[in-house]
Structure formats: C-alpha cells, structure tokens
Design a protein around this ligand. Structure first.
Ligand SMILES: NC(=O)c1ccc[n+]([C@@H]2O[C@H](COP(=O)([O-])OP(=O)(O)OC[C@H]3O[C@@H](n4cnc5c(N)ncnc54)[C@H](OP(=O)(O)O)[C@@H]3O)[C@@H](O)[C@H]2O)c1
Length: 248
C-alpha cells in the first residue's frame, strides 16, 4: 500500500522562511496548508508553486496573535484527510527597543505573535494533529546570545524554546515530536529588511559567523523540511540552531 501523503500547516508561509519551508516540504512530497496574514497575493502564488511541484496546497488567512476561530474544517476534505501531520509555527515579526524604554504595547505584540498566539493555535489544533506527527517552532539565535534592542524579542523566543520542551514531554505519548529551529540572521523582509538591505550590517554579522555570511531563507527552509523527514523521528525536545555557527 502506498504511504499516505503527509500534510503540513505552516504559519506565515507567504514569504520568507515560511515560504521556503513550504516549498522544500512540497519537494519532499508533502501537501501544504499555508497561512498568511495580509498578503493573499503572495499566498496564492505559493499555492500555485506548490501545485506546480505536483502537491496539493491551500492558503488560509490567520493572524497568529488572534487564532480564536481558526479552523481546518473546510480545508481538510480537500486533502482527503481528517488530520494533518506537521505544524510549523513560523509567523513572526520583531520590533527593537532597549529595556529602559520599551513600550508595553510592543511587549504585548511580541508576546501575542510569538508565544501566546502560537500556544493557543497549537492547543486548538492538537486534536487534529495526527499521532506520530511533529511540531516545529521557530526561535532565534538571540535567545542564546544578546544583541542591542532585542531583549523582549529574544526573551519571548526563549519562552518558545521552553514551551517546545514541554510540548515534547506532553505529546511524546502520542508519538508526536516537538523541536525548535533557531535561525541566526537571515536576509528576508524581517525587521524591515535591515539584514538584507544593510551591507555593513551583513559584513559585521558575517565576520561573527564561521561559515562567513548571513543566511538566506532557503538555508532555514531546507533545515525545517529536513527535520521533518522520517530519519529524524527520534529527535524531540531539541533546540537546533541553524546559524552558520554565529557566536559559536
Ligand atoms: N529573518 C531573521 O533574521 C530571523 C532570525 C531568527 C528567527 N527568525 C524567525 O523566523 C520566522 C520567520 O521570519 P522571516 O525572516 O521569514 O520573516 P518575514 O520575511 O518578515 O516573514 C514573516 C512572515 O510572518 C507573517 N506574520 C508576521 N506577523 C504575523 C501575524 N501577527 N500573524 C500572522 N502572520 C504574521 C508574515 O505575514 P505577512 O506577509 O502577511 O505580514 C510573513 O508571512 C519568525 O518567527 C522570526 O522570528 C527570523
């Protein structure tokens, strides 16, 4: 009997790391539920790209800060499934600020998008996540080392790393793995594109990195897809830094 096609849900899949992860997973034969917040056009083009790779895909709007009411009821039949296999909590943003003057609304926004929202989303999707499935959360190198103005962002991602270990502990009995990928600096739209668009900053970051450059989205998307291959089924509760070895 042919193995059942796996199905992944990736948040923030319309661009950047999430889009790359979706395309790498599709190349591995995985069908895709892609969520987007505000760029329906980008999400539609991702769906077309996945379909061109011979896989099925749908795009759904989702503000991860407010996952209440998000449902897969209407889309799972499209995949002839009543469960899905992989949850990739990727969507996110950053906003800088020193501890001395960071605004409460910025703290709330970072907690909501990176921690509380993904926790509530994961909670609501647990009944639909197949036994033997996997969760991949996204953290950052900034949860291990410090950088100016990144205290709240780095700390909230630190909470994501702790949550990942608890997910691994609680979901192990269902054969579900939970791991966290922590990218170093990646040249995407992230933080207003500051890494991608500032050559001096890139050079500085590259000088701190054994592999000698900043990452592109595909460096991280490939690692996410790799982690979800069958050979990694015994890896759970782990933080995997994908950073070219920055500040090693
Ligand atoms: N780039 C880096 O240097 C870096 C380093 C370490 C970790 N990370 C982490 O990697 C993940 C992806 O980053 P990226 O570099 O791919 O960023 P990106 O290119 O800016 O893309 C961010 C994605 O997240 C979505 N998003 C942002 N806020 C959202 C919200 N409230 N609800 C739903 N979707 C939201 C965006 O949707 P819209 O297009 O609709 O806005 C977009 O799809 C994030 O968790 C980030 O913290 C990034």
């Amino acid at each position: 009997m042919a193995a059942m096609t796996k199905l992944a849900l990736i948040t923030g899949a319309n661009r950047g790391i999430g889009r790359s992860a979706a395309l790498h997973l599709a190349r591995d034969g995985v069908d895709i539920i892609a969520t987007y917040r505000s760029h329906a056009d980008e999400a539609a083009s991702l769906v077309a790209e996945v379909e061109a790779l011979g896989r099925r895909a749908v795009a759904l709007p989702l503000d991860v800060a407010r996952p209440a009411g998000f449902t897969l009821d209407a889309v799972l039949p499209h995949f002839e499934r009543d469960t899905f296999d992989f949850l990739v909590n990727n969507a996110g943003f950053s906003r800088g600020g020193m501890i001395a003057d960071v605004a409460e609304e910025d703290i709330d926004a970072l907690v909501d998008v990176h921690f509380k929202g993904p926790l509530l989303l994961t909670q609501s999707l647990l009944p639909l996540l197949a036994d033997g499935g996997s969760i991949v959360n996204l953290s950052t190198g900034l949860a291990r080392f410090t950088s100016p103005q990144r205290a709240v962002y780095g700390s909230v991602k630190g909470a994501v790393e702790v949550l990942t270990r608890y997910l691994a502990a609680e979901l192990g009995p269902r054969g579900i793995t939970a791991n966290v990928i922590a990218p170093g600096p990646v040249a995407t739209d992230f933080s207003g594109g500051i890494i991608r668009d500032t050559p001096e900053f890139q050079e500085h970051l590259a000088s701190l990195t054994p592999l000698g450059r900043v990452a592109v989205a595909d460096d991280i998307g490939a690692a996410i897809a790799n982690l979800l291959r069958p050979g990694n089924g015994w890896v759970t509760g782990q933080r995997i830094e994908v950073s070219g070895g920055i500040h090693v």
